[in-house]
Design a protein around this ligand. Sequence first.
Ligand SMILES: CCCCC/C=C\C/C=C\C/C=C\C/C=C\C/C=C\CC/C=C/C(=O)SCCNC(=O)CCNC(=O)[C@H](O)C(C)(C)COP(=O)(O)OP(=O)(O)OC[C@H]1O[C@@H](n2cnc3c(N)ncnc32)[C@H](O)[C@@H]1OP(=O)(O)O
Ligand SMILES: Cc1cc2nc3c(=O)[nH]c(=O)nc-3n(C[C@H](O)[C@H](O)[C@H](O)COP(=O)(O)OP(=O)(O)OC[C@H]3O[C@@H](n4cnc5c(N)ncnc54)[C@H](O)[C@@H]3O)c2cc1C
Length: 593
Amino acid sequence: MEHAPKAIDVTNDVEMRTFNFFTMGIDGHPLGLHLDMAIPTILNNADEEQQKDWLPKAANREFIATYAQTEMGHGTNLKKLETTATYDPKTQEFVLNSPTITSTKWWPGNLGKSSNYAVVMAQLYTQGKCHGAHPFFVQLRDLNTHKPLKGITVGDIGPKFGMNTVDNGFLQFDHVRTPRRSMFMKHAKVLPDGRYVPPVHDKLNYSAMVFIRAAIVSGMAYHLLVTSTIAVRYSAIRRQGEITPGAGEVKVLDYQTQQHRIFPQLARGLAFRLSGQYIMKLYTQTMDDIRNGDISAVPDLHALSCGLKAVTTHHAALGLEQCRMACGGHGYSQASGFPLHYSVAVGACTYEGENMVMLLQTARHLMKIAKAIRAGQSPKSNKIVDYLFHKGPPKCLIDQAYDTNYRNVLESFEHLARRQTLEVYDKLVQLQQQGRNYEQAWNDCAVELCKATRAHVRTFLARTFVEEIDKISDLSIKSVLQDLLQLYLYYEVTECATGLLEDGFMTGQQHKYAKKKIYEALEKIRPNAVSIVDSFDFQDRELHSVLGRRDGNVYENLLKWAQSSPLNKTDVLPFHHKYLGKMMEEARQRSKI
Ligand SMILES: CCCCC/C=C\C/C=C\C/C=C\C/C=C\C/C=C\CC/C=C/C(=O)SCCNC(=O)CCNC(=O)[C@H](O)C(C)(C)COP(=O)(O)OP(=O)(O)OC[C@H]1O[C@@H](n2cnc3c(N)ncnc32)[C@H](O)[C@@H]1OP(=O)(O)O
Ligand SMILES: Cc1cc2nc3c(=O)[nH]c(=O)nc-3n(C[C@H](O)[C@H](O)[C@H](O)COP(=O)(O)OP(=O)(O)OC[C@H]3O[C@@H](n4cnc5c(N)ncnc54)[C@H](O)[C@@H]3O)c2cc1C
């Protein structure tokens, strides 16, 4: 029996359970968008009167709403959305229209067959002028018959890479009239006579996306912790090969390569969980500030949520695949649960803002800071970015005898983010001095800009992990989590080694030191690995995995799972005699001739 120290209560909190709810509901979760985007939109973009009308009904599930923004022709570039909402002052209504095939709303979750309302993002026209994309709350289907209303064509977009029980849909409007007050009017307004009142910040209508981006960070933590649980548990029962000849087959978890494949995903899952809590608190605080008229934190929230979303989804996608591959052939079976978890998780690399685009959004923020640094300005006491203004140590110190609270490791990450940010800023300036316009120069620096964002986000994730572990008072839990922290930090050092070695900041010797610390951490984690994943207390039904069962009875249940397949209802299937049997019979006859 694996060593079982005290359980670690890291994820037994409500928020984490909500992702369990989503993932459980991934098999046909008809309220996914209602809960995740429509209600947040009402909360943050409906005025008081609209909230009084819509919120109780939404919370009471008197209707199901989705969030219909993406179109067949545009997902990223919201400025080019084609659905129009043209105000008619005579009737005080908006006329919603899908002017082209590419304006067809395409992808919104639960739009195909479940939702009867939608938050619709459309280009707002009034008094002959376009004011950009604004959200409207529109009824799509009759509340009793559930039939599409007049002028509305709606349906499911068909099978996808995954999430095939979520009815992502398409939607077209043929001059559909909706009352003036169906426009969300907390920020921007259109008065009865058609006059447009602009918002205090033209991106406040994007808040639902920001919410999901922030939520995705913990969502990725959830996926990594779930799949690490499956991989660790299976690796603790799967015996294959010997380390010492004649000593008997070992648990594959005893192979260093297996530990090096799985444990960093466990560590990243915890790191993402802790940053996920931070960004969700920042989101909630910023929404409260906006309600009080203070929009100062909006740019920080946007930049950090975009960067974290892009980095955590990318690493989760890679990490889930590592966990799958670590489980050999049975990892490739649907019985493992990996296909389900992977196909849901990787969608987040695309939805809510495709990752490259999100990295570049954060880079916009970093370039503003770089400009201020180059102009000799001092930091504005913003803990997320202040380090960029500081001068760190000229050389890497990660192998110094004492690195209290990993200060030397964090300063290495800060050094790389600072150097990458300033270097790409200087290149941007240089290209413009050479005659390129800003947009062209930006595009010619885009890869390096994305690297600057990744380095900045890595610094944030690492610092948050260090700070949160430092707060833990229970020493038995703290020591186990510190092993995971050590693995995380030095694994990240090796992941960004090219950047640290490129300017001579880190030496090859120090890189070797980082690897040594990784192997040391793997050894320390091994005896606690099963207890760590057991402490997450995931239910077997949410793991969706025969390999990850808490009782470890994989083989008996794998056979039971296979035998329950419809294919095994009868020994001989009808197709045999109809095709294969007939083919073989004819072949035998021919061979007798
Ligand atoms: C369906 C059920 C799934 C279940 C999931 C299972 C398990 C859970 C596990 C994981 C998931 C976890 C949680 C989530 C749970 C479930 C998921 C639920 C639903 C997801 C379904 C997906 C929904 C969608 O995809 S909705 C559509 C998303 N679309 C986008 O994100 C579009 C991306 N494009 C943009 O946002 C913008 O076009 C842009 C790229 C930001 C550019 O903005 P734009 O104005 O067009 O131009 P710019 O000139 O670049 O910007 C001008 C200026 O504005 C600033 N800006 C931009 N955006 C914002 C913002 N949001 N806030 C603040 N400021 C902003 C920008 O910085 C710039 O400023 P500057 O000029 O000063 O630099
Ligand atoms: C599972 C899933 C669920 C979804 N649910 C919803 C939903 O509920 N509601 C909704 O409205 N939408 C939803 N979407 C749509 C999603 O938001 C879009 O797919 C996403 O915003 C990307 O837009 P796109 O698909 O049009 O890709 P495009 O914007 O066409 O981008 C294609 C590729 O081009 C590159 N690219 C594009 N623009 C740039 C740029 N400026 N700089 C650099 N590279 C760029 C990127 O690599 C990108 O991947 C969902 C999508 C998926 C996969």
